[in-house]
Design a protein around this ligand. Sequence first.
Ligand SMILES: Nc1ncnc2c1ncn2[C@@H]1O[C@H](COP(=O)(O)OP(=O)(O)OP(=O)(O)O)[C@@H](O)[C@H]1O
Ligand SMILES: [Mg+2]
Length: 239
Amino acid sequence: MAALLELEGVTAGYGGGDILHELTLTVGEGGITCIVGPNGAGKSTVLRVVSGLLRPRLGSVRFRGASIVGQSPRAILRRGIVQVPQERSLFSTMSVWENVRMGAYTVHDRALVARRLHEVCETFPIIRERRHEPAASLSGGQQKIVEFARALMLDPALVVLDEPSMGLDPKTRTVVFDTIRALNQAGRTILLVEQNARSGLGLASHGVVLESGRIRLEGPGLALLDNPEIGRLYLGATG
Ligand SMILES: Nc1ncnc2c1ncn2[C@@H]1O[C@H](COP(=O)(O)OP(=O)(O)OP(=O)(O)O)[C@@H](O)[C@H]1O
Ligand SMILES: [Mg+2]
C-alpha cells in the first residue's frame, strides 16, 4: 500500500512538555488506519498534528510526499485532509442542511457545491430527509452522520475521525462503523482513533496501539485483535 500520510520522528506537546515522543506512523492510501490506546495516550494529539492545529517540535509530516509541517489548518484542509473532531461540532441551532453546506465554505464554485450536496444526500439519505431541522434535534448518532457528510463536502483524500463512536449506544455504534467501512470501500483513506478497540481494530487494515505518546505495537488490525497482550489490556471480557 502506498503511503498517503507519513509522520516521522514527531515530537509534540502543549508547552508543559512533550506528549508525543518520536512518533513514526504511516497511513497507507486506500486503507483504514486505526489508533487505539488509553485516555491521555496522545491519540487526539496525533490528529491535531495531522490537521495543523498543533505544530510538532521535531519531526516531519508528509502528505503525498510533501511536507505539511507549519501549514495552516485551512491549507491542510485544501490539500484534502478533513477531520471530524472528538467532541460534537455541529452548529446546534442551524439546520442539518446549513451544517452540511458549511463543510464547503472554502469552495466558491456553486455548481460544485450543489453536486457534492447531491452526492452526500445519495450516501446519507437522512441529510435530505431532515434537512430543515435544527442539528440539535437529531440523535447523537445522526449528528455524527451529519458531521461525516459535512466532512465529505470537501471531497477529501483523507478522512480523520476522532472517536466517532463515543457516547453512542451499541446499535448506533454499528451504524457508524458500517458507515466508516462504506466510506473506505468508496475509496476514502481513513485515519481513525477509537476507544472501542474491538470495533476499531476489526475494521482496520493497519492498527496502532499508542501508550504515553509512543507506539507500543502495530500491525494488521485483525492480527492485533488476536494478540493476547492486546486482549488483556483493551478488550476485556465484553470489549
Ligand atoms: N490543549 C491542551 N493543553 C495542554 N495539555 C493538553 C491539551 N490537550 C491535551 N493535553 C494533554 O495531552 C495528553 C494527551 O491528550 P490527548 O487528548 O491527545 O489524549 P487522547 O489519547 O486523545 O485521550 P482521550 O482518549 O481521553 O481522548 C493528556 O495528558 C492531556 O491532558
Ligand atoms: Mg482524544
